[in-house]
Design a protein around this ligand. Structure first.
Ligand code: NAI
Length: 514
């Protein structure tokens, strides 16, 4: 994509649709210095939005976040207009009207005869194909996605989405303009879900699968994703915040647009909640209860166990080497390495009772059976084992209570809270991160976006602690591949099929972020 210039500040911007997103986009463009015409078919909606933006800017000035003169000047640059014909001088139009393909297509067709042929027509759609929106237009090359995240003035990411006919120059100008407006833009090819709404699906889907298999309750799974996974919010509290209905609708739209690829299949349990009207916070109930008397559900943690007397390391730990350091700090000297071909990928031998083994997509029970031992406890992935405050464990069906207690005691001795997940393959953080890496790799393999842009989008659009590709590199592509292969074998489902890019990188020895 060539380097283009941003829209000059003298160029007028039009925003159509003065709802939550349109008002935010108008505020951003006006703050950047453009004259902004705001249009909405709702009676008085554009005027109300203009007044509200003025109040927001005043409030930001009163808190010292922006200069008072700057706030006044930006507010005065917004003009509420009452007919599409008033947008004749706009050089960039951003539409943020209702998410209805027919409404958006009609709007662009009407606009085409109002604005000049070089005016860029951008859409803030979250789900429609830019190719489909542009089809049949006189100048489809100027149609582009400019996808902001909610709340637009605060969220840095903008996906600049090109359909089949979008001119490189158009995408380049929108990218440069978003940058000039203080945003972090990424280029994306118009494919279902673009980058973020596609690559984030496993975050919800894997948690819903583990919940469906009764792996643990939502509060415990959320706590593991936060305290071990490093995510800002757990999947269930986030779905409750977004609205289960909205979240399901996004999943459904991506699934349908990919012709029902099983990787995106919605969850029956989530559908059931939506059917019941349990939409999350906005309806007072979702995965959690938000009623006036509701108590916050605490995650389940194992009760305190005695620290072990002796810990040995078996082979090279491929995940959790920092755990060894934490154990050493607690005086458990685990660096005595013993050879054992049953756990070549590394494990800890606790008090000659338990094998504490990193998860690899198999169940603890399968790992025990394959190793010809009984007392296996597996531990889940953490974003940073040196700092995590909680970790998930699962015990083999054959594991004795004493061995489980020893394994729990070893982790607790490091100052880590331990939450037990039932023996579900891939646990929770590991399977989610493996699937996030896999989806991100597929998006790169299919030319949706560059690896750097995919990682940036996931960090800036949904606040992931790491880009999923960089995370896969830290874990090692071979480990991600093996985890997915184990999940695929366990479930016998195409859902866990490996991205061709990961297979290729495993063969070449290269990283995903080359
Ligand atoms: P909203 O419902 O708050 O606002 C939509 C506005 O468009 C309303 O004021 C309505 O009167 C107006 N409108 C409807 N048809 C119109 C037409 N033909 N011409 C002019 N105005 C018209 O919706 P919201 O949330 O602001 O979403 C707008 C767009 O942004 C949608 O395409 C949505 O998918 C997308 N989006 C929404 C996000 C969100 O979190 N709400 C995030 C990113 C994108």
């Amino acid at each position: 994509m060539g380097v283009a210039n941003a829209l000059p500040l003298a160029a007028e911007v039009a925003v159509i649709g003065a709802g939550a997103m349109g008002a935010g986009i108008a505020q951003i463009a006006a703050m950047a210095g453009h004259r902004v015409c705001l249009f909405d078919t709702g009676m008085g909606a554009a005027d109300r939005a203009k007044a509200k933006i003025g109040e927001t800017l005043d409030m930001l000035a009163s808190k010292g976040k922006i200069d008072a003169d700057q706030a006044k000047a930006a507010a005065s640059r917004i003009v509420a207009v009452h007919a599409l014909g008033d947008l004749v001088s706009a050089k960039l139009v951003v539409e943020a009207v209702v998410e209805d393909l027919a409404v958006k297509r009609n709007l662009f067709r009407e606009l085409e005869v109002v604005v000049t042929p070089d005016t860029i027509l951008a859409t803030n759609t979250s789900s429609f194909s830019i190719t489909a929106l542009a089809a049949g237009m006189q100048h489809p090359g100027r149609v582009v996605g400019m996808h902001f995240f909610n709340p637009a003035p605060l969220m840095p990411l903008v996906e600049v989405v090109s359909g089949l006919a979008t001119d490189c120059e158009t995408a380049g100008v929108v990218h440069a303009t978003a940058l000039a407006w203080g945003k972090l833009p990424v280029h994306a090819r118009s494919t279902p879900g673009f980058i973020v709404n596609r690559c984030a699906r496993p975050f919800y889907a894997e948690a819903l699968r583990v919940l469906g298999e009764q792996g643990a309750d939502p509060a415990t799974l959320d706590a593991l994703m936060r305290d071990a996974g490093g995510f800002r919010m757990g999947p269930f509290e986030l779905m409750d915040l977004i609205g289960l209905d909205i979240n399901l609708a996004v999943t459904r739209s991506v699934w349908e647009a990919f012709f029902y690829d099983s990787r995106f299949t919605p969850s029956v349990a989530q559908h059931e909640l939506v059917t019941a009207g349990y939409f999350g916070r906005k309806s007072g109930r979702g995965f959690f209860d938000y009623g006036p008397d509701a108590l916050k559900t605490a995650p389940a943690s194992e009760s305190p166990q005695s620290p072990p007397g002796k810990v040995a390391r078996v082979g090279e730990l491929r995940m959790g080497a920092e755990l060894v350091a934490r154990l050493a700090n607690s005086g458990l000297a685990p660096d005595v390495a013993i050879a054992d071909p049953r756990f070549p990928q590394g494990a800890l031998r606790i008090d000659n009772k338990a094998w504490l083994v990193p998860g690899d997509g198999r169940t603890a029970t399968a790992i025990a059976a394959n190793g010809g031992v009984r007392d296996v406890v597996i531990y889940d992935l953490a974003f940073d084992f040196a700092k995590c405050s909680r970790v998930g464990v699962a015990r083999a069906d054959t594991c004795s209570d004493a061995a489980f207690a020893a394994a729990v005691g070893a982790l607790q001795a490091c100052g880590i809270a331990v939450s037990r997940i039932d023996d579900v393959a891939g646990m929770i953080v590991l399977r989610t991160v493996a699937m996030l890496s896999n989806e991100a790799a597929d998006a790169v393999a299919q030319g949706v976006a560059s690896a750097a842009d995919v990682d940036l989008a996931m960090q800036k659009g949904v606040n992931y602690p790491s880009g999923p590709l960089a995370w896969g590199d830290v874990l090692g592509v071979v480990y991600v591949r093996d985890t997915l292969a184990n999940l695929a074998a366990h479930y016998g489902e195409d859902r866990y099929r490996l991205s061709p890019l990961i297979a290729r990188r495993c063969a070449s020895g290269d990283k995903l972020r080359t």
